[in-house]
Every structure is written in C-alpha cells, then in structure tokens.
Design a protein around this ligand. Structure first.
Ligand code: SF4
Ligand code: SF4
Length: 374
C-alpha cells in the first residue's frame, strides 16, 4: 500500500464486527513495523465536549472499542486520551461520550490530556504546547469525526490534533491567533510536530455532521468509515466528498504540500473515486478570512455590510460554559441572569458556538453575509 492512499468502507451503522473487520484489514495492509514493535498505543478521539452520542459531535465509542480490541488482542497497553474544549469537567465528557464505559469494560488507561504533562516545541517559528502522551506512546491512532467547522470550514484528522493541546491553553491560542489564517498556521505547527508520531488516522463518518458544525450542525448519516496513514490525504479526500475545494479549508494546501501530495494522485477505492455526499456546507463557507482577498480601500466599506457575530438565544440554560471559555472575556452575565456577547470585544473564534451544550449560540449574519453564504 502506498502512503498516500485513503481507505474507505461503506458501513451503515455502528456495528462492532464490521468496524473491527475494516480496521484489522487496514492495519494488516499498512505493514508498519511500529505496529508490531511498540508496546503502548495512544488512541486520540474527538471528545470536544459532553455531547450525547445522537448529536454526532464526538467519535463514536464503538469505533474506539474496535481499536481497543484490536490492540489488546495484540498485547498492547492502550491509552485513550484527549483534552476536551472549554471548561467542561473531563469526567463528565468521559461519562456522556462513552469513554468511561469503555474503561469499565476493558483494561485500558483513560488519560486526561488537559492535566497530563506537556512539552513546548517550536515549528516554523510558532511555539506550541503539546501533550507528552504523544511522545510516550510508540503507536498513535488519531480517531477523528467527520464534520463541518464554523471557523475552519472542515474538521477531520488535522483539526483533531488540537486536542493534544492541554486544557485552557487551547482558549489562549484562540486569543493569540484570532483570525482564520493565523489559527490555521498554528494548527499547521501542531501538525508539523505531531504528524510523524501519528501511525494511522480514522475518520468516523458513519454519522457525521453538516450545517453549522462542529457541534451545532445537523447529524448526517454519511455511512462511511475512512482510514489513512496520511493526515493530509484523508482530510483532502473527506473534505472533497463533502463538497469543499482545497482552498476552502485554510490549512489543507499547506498540509498537502508538507507531505508532497498532489490531491489528484491520492489513491481511493475505485467505487469512491467520484463519490459525493449530499452535505450542506453553506453555513461554513466564506468566513471573515474572505476579507483578505478584498483590496484594503474596499474592505472597510465591505465590513459595514458583511458581518456576523455569535448571539445567545433563548435556548440558553445558563450553564456558564461560554462565559468561562471565551478567550477574550467577551461574554458576561447580564442582570437578566443570561449571558450576552460584547460584539466589540468578540474575535469570532466561535468557541462559544462550538462548546455550548444546548446549541443556544446562534450566528447572527448581516443581510449581505446571508446572501454570500447561501
Ligand atoms: S449560551 Fe450555551 S454555553 Fe452559554 S450559558 Fe447558555 S447554555 Fe451555557
Ligand atoms: S464571544 Fe464567542 S466567538 Fe466571540 S470571542 Fe468569545 S468565544 Fe469567541
């Protein structure tokens, strides 16, 4: 098997036997000596927050179970770890997302990457704090979820690496890298450091998400499980099947370039060569980054008519997660007992939209933004 290939299986439901079969086949084809040699494996799921499984925000536990069974059968020590977003207690995330149940049924170590030691490394002049777990495990499987993303357009394997950054340091990076391009550069630094440590990537697209992802969108039955040893290749194929161009996903071209991959040369199974999903990506296309391509003198005028900001709706249950998670303290409690966004302070990182457990943060768009993003 060539490095730049993406494996895809049509799988209708979270059926453990079918998922195990796909994963075992893919790993066998991989012929990576590290899979035999190394004794410890880190499985890195997407556990963005304490979202119930039917919301399709996090990697489904049956995918993780298939991976756990594969590695335990080969006598590996299995660590299952992530650092969720925002200020939600990690134990709650483990309970709601099915990780605690897995740890109760299998002899594995659940790892809270928010409190686990980290090291600070530099890539392309950008310093990032990244979990020590990445360096403590000889095998690392990046088990991502197939979704749209309000800031980055698409989230698959590369964006899932952000959970290697511990706890609220993630919020700090949103403050430090506020616009789409700067945030993408920071993600690419994490990718540059982590990519050679990642043995394999899985994207759980059996039920993925379109619309205003990564948490407030619509769960969609895509019926697909994807796998690849290449982060850039799997994200390229997955985002294309959703309807994105390479230029729509801010980090994708650089990631492909870094791995020396031409999108047209990525191998996929014949039956998926022209496969397109019926995914609604309108809500995440053309973010504020679009302003970069408008000449300076016109940008100021354009900003007056093209704008959007997060707005807290009456669905708010006053949990306070957005207030605690906003990297620039743009959300505060009002006398009404509900939180409100200060749009002047807001840097549009969309963390509040991403982390709200009640889908209570809407994106208010101007008339022009609505027309452009149709
Ligand atoms: S908007 Fe969402 S995250 Fe913020 S307090 Fe309300 S329910 Fe919680
Ligand atoms: S209000 Fe929301 S979008 Fe704005 S900076 Fe805070 S978390 Fe980010």
């Amino acid at each position: 098997m060539k490095n730049h290939s993406v494996q895809i299986r049509a799988i209708e439901s979270y059926d453990l036997a079918q998922i195990q079969d796909a994963i075992s086949f893919w790993f066998k084809e991989l012929r990576d000596p590290k899979l035999n040699r190394s004794k410890r494996v880190l499985i890195k799921p997407n556990t963005l927050g304490a979202f119930p499984l039917e919301r399709a925000v996090t990697t489904h536990p049956v995918i993780l179970e298939a991976l756990i069974r594969y590695f335990l059968a080969r006598k590996k020590e299995v660590w299952l770890g992530d650092s969720p977003g925002g200020s939600v207690p990690v134990q709650k995330v483990w309970d709601v997302c099915g990780l605690q149940d897995l740890a109760d049924r299998y002899p594995i170590r659940l790892l809270n990457l928010s409190t686990h030691p980290f090291r600070e490394l530099k890539y392309n002049g950008i310093s990032v704090k990244i979990s020590e777990a990445l360096f403590q495990c000889g095998i690392v499987v990046n088990a991502a979820k197939y979704k749209t993303h309000s800031l980055m357009a698409f989230t698959g394997a590369l964006k899932n690496l952000y959970g290697l950054v511990p706890g609220m340091i993630k919020s700090e990076y949103h403050r430090q890298y506020p616009d789409t391009r700067a945030f993408a550069e920071m993600l690419l630094a994490i990718y540059g450091i982590a990519r050679t440590k990642i043995s394999y990537n899985i994207i759980d697209g059996i039920i993925g998400m379109d619309g205003a992802g990564p948490s407030g969108g619509n769960p969609r039955h895509f019926g697909l499980l994807l796998g690849s040893s290449s982060i850039a290749a799997i994200d390229s194929v997955a985002s294309r099947m959703m309807g994105f161009k390479v230029s729509d996903v801010p980090y994708l071209w650089d990631a492909l370039h870094c791995e020396g991959i031409l999108p047209s040369k990525i191998e996929v199974p014949q039956s998926f060569r022209h496969h397109r999903l019926d995914a609604d990506i309108r809500a995440v296309k053309l973010t504020k980054d679009g302003l970069r391509f408008i000449p300076g003198f016109a940008a100021a005028a354009f900003k007056k008519v093209y704008y959007y900001y997060p707005e807290i709706s009456s669905r708010c249950v006053r949990c306070g997660i957005c207030v605690k998670s906003c990297p620039v303290e743009a959300i505060s409690w009002q006398a009404t007992g509900f939180p409100k966004v200060d749009t002047d302070k807001c840097i549009k990182c969309m963390c509040c939209h991403e982390l709200c457990p009640s889908q209570a943060v809407d994106i208010h768009k101007s008339f022009v933004a609505k027309r452009i993003q149709r």
